[in-house]
Design a protein around this ligand. Sequence first.
Ligand SMILES: *Cc1c(COP(=O)(O)O)cnc(C)c1O
Length: 859
Amino acid sequence: MATVKSTKTTGKKAAPAKSSKAKAESAPAKAPSQSKPAHIIDVPKTVEELKVSILRHLHTTQGTDSEKASKKAWWGATASAINEVVFERVTQTQKKQRKTDTRAVHYLSLEYLMGRLLKNNLCSLDLMGVAEQALTELGCDFHEIYDEEPDMALGNGGLGRLAACYIDSLATLNYPAIGYGIHYEHGLFNQSFLGGRQVERPDSWREYGNPWEICRPESVQEIPLYGYVETRYNEQGEIEKEWHPGRIIKGVPWDIPIVGYGESNVNILRLWESRASDFFNWDVFNAGGYLDSHVENVQAETISKVLYPNDTTDAGKELRLIQQYFFTACSIKDIVRRYKRAHGDDWSKFADQVVMQLNDTHPAVAIPEMMRILIDRAGMEWDDAWALCQKVFAYTNHTLLPEALEKWPVHLFERVLPRHLEIIYEINARFLDGIVSKVFADDEHLDAIKSKLSIIEEGDHKMVRMGNLSVIGSFKVNGVAQIHSELVKSDLFPEFYRIWPEKFTNVTNGVTPRRWLKACNPKLSELIDKHIDADWPVHLDKLQGLAKKAKNKTFQNAFMKIKHDNKVELAKTIKELTDVDVDPNAIFDIQIKRLHEYKRQQLNLIHIMALYRRLLQNPDLDVPKRVFIFGAKAAPGYHMAKEIIYAINKVADRINLDERIKDKLKVVLLPNYRVSLAEKMIPAADVSEQISTAGKEASGTGNMKLALNGAVTVGTLDGANIEIAEEVGDDNIVIFGLTVAQVKELKGEGYNPWDYYYANPELKAVLDWFDTDYFTPGKPGELADVKRSMLDYGDEYLCLADYQSYSQAHKRVDELFRDKAKWAEMAIINTAKMGKFNSDRSIEDYVRDIWKLESCQAV
Ligand SMILES: *Cc1c(COP(=O)(O)O)cnc(C)c1O
């Protein structure tokens, strides 16, 4: 095995060498003193080397041999083989970062929707070809080996996937960064359908071990909970507070390597697992009575047991608050420990070295926790501590939906985190009496403004508003797409914006093109490699170079041939998962995202029913064949979302078996939508459904992944769709529906869905269909709730108002698809113009406007 360190090109970012020729040319240029010690294993360069390594791990790590090894064992051995490189890079990266004592970002997120890691790690190390060859020669089908890996689904949807894309980009760009989160034992539930209804089963992603994680017992933290606060005077006669916790929880860190693309750093994602600690609080015991009330307290091991499966709304449950505090407090202790190792008790450099990004309000309790540490532990004065805190935190807002803005009952906060509640009250009082009173001194509504800006919501049930706390405690607040960031300022936090206009900014979301194009769509990637520089995965703007080939017949044919091949592959997956046959020549029209009324899968559904009805009325109707493909999980407690899932499945069953319509229409809802399924669906999409009510989808990232792979968006002017339209141009996207301004106007006038129902006979007929037993034989009315949501319950998301425009948009899609050359051109332009939506650009925006980091390459 070669032990010479592979060399770097001098540029900031080098793509993996493309061919063995390129590698041969970059001769080793390292000083001898820097050559690797003998135990360090270099990137296996040849198929032979990798085979040897995989076989070694099959024997030593998996305890088996090539004759009796299961696919799971082959997968584990392959992962272990590349870990020889990966973990060495972790060590190198950390050593370098420690030596240079660089400023780093600490990304705090309750969710990381990582998906599988093997293929992406191979892709990052430029070993995909080598590994596939090696596995083939070892007698394995590498697709099957990839499919053995369970998804790491420690997140619900967009927010968690964004965190995963961002840590990928941070590693690729060599920024010092660490992701912090929870090491859930069970990630997002597995979904199946029973008679069309969603059934949830627990996800056990690490039941049989996980080769990607390393436990770090040396960095265990202890986290206090419950108990009471003692107030006393010290020798100087000053008030001191001491929190006597009722319980101590142990936080055990697991590190997962985040492999940057090319010759890049390997950062870590540090996930905390909760354990019982041996601590017993004699103080509390002696205080008497306390013990009884603690019997019902959350048990230590349950804290990291399971991910809350709600995409937007929160249950307001004690366990959830404890999860938030647990991982946040562990992370801050970890950050402080690392800082003190370099700077001792001198806090003056802390804000130079540390920035913490709050991914939504979920980790907002970090703000009072930091204050507690500075005041109660480090003995800092309030004003100094607060000034420091306000330099350290930045907050990303992810939603304007009122039900998703986190609030905690004051009485719950007080019981679980009594000291933090005191600190929050103090922050609040100083804020309201200080800057609010000053800025709004002459406002006749000062009291109303104060009660709106207060962290504490008054009323019968007092609440702690985590959004207000996050804005007040952070130096920057960003939305996730231009329009969303404007709405954050104008609608959500207008008074805060008046106080601190410079605090508010935008960072439009992005997705990593390594996972979402290079690794998931190898054929298209290869075609792109042939036409533009092969470093496009780290310079995605270069895709622009494809635009000039958009009208070229040969290129169009090559591009659409790949799309067709990908559709053939997806058709096989559809057959396996649903037993439905679909024609790869049909339009593959895909809506994949969490099931939520604001995302309007029900609008898609009623339009499908209208198409079906048109075909029943005229079976010879000349329309292109369509396959509508859904993927969506509903939160287990979200009744209407589950009804919509059931309705999609029932309508699909009826349509797919109806021979009268001659296969012109098919509908499938693929079970258990998740990252690894997305990777199979997205390369095969012709049409991308991004149809949220304007003003409701903060950004969306599925829209970006689909367009990047050459799908044409049918979308509203919402979230990042607006910026996608700006990039691809109006001719290459199909926009429909009310704008944000029109939505506001319509709602202001008093929206009445019945007006639309009576005005449009097709719409009326389709909605009335839900009352019959046409789709649920013998059981009329089973789908009636879906209709009711759009009529009796007020159609909050304006499906009926947008229906006509949506139907028109799809007629336009049919027309465009008939013109094969035109469609190919649109698809190519979509891929070519997605440069902006790569997460490297988002990260550079964060770095420039918020984090102020410098890159530091160790590998
Ligand atoms: C990208 C992604 C999402 C987010 O999709 P949106 O359409 O932006 O809501 C959700 N789930 C998975 C598995 C994803 O990959």
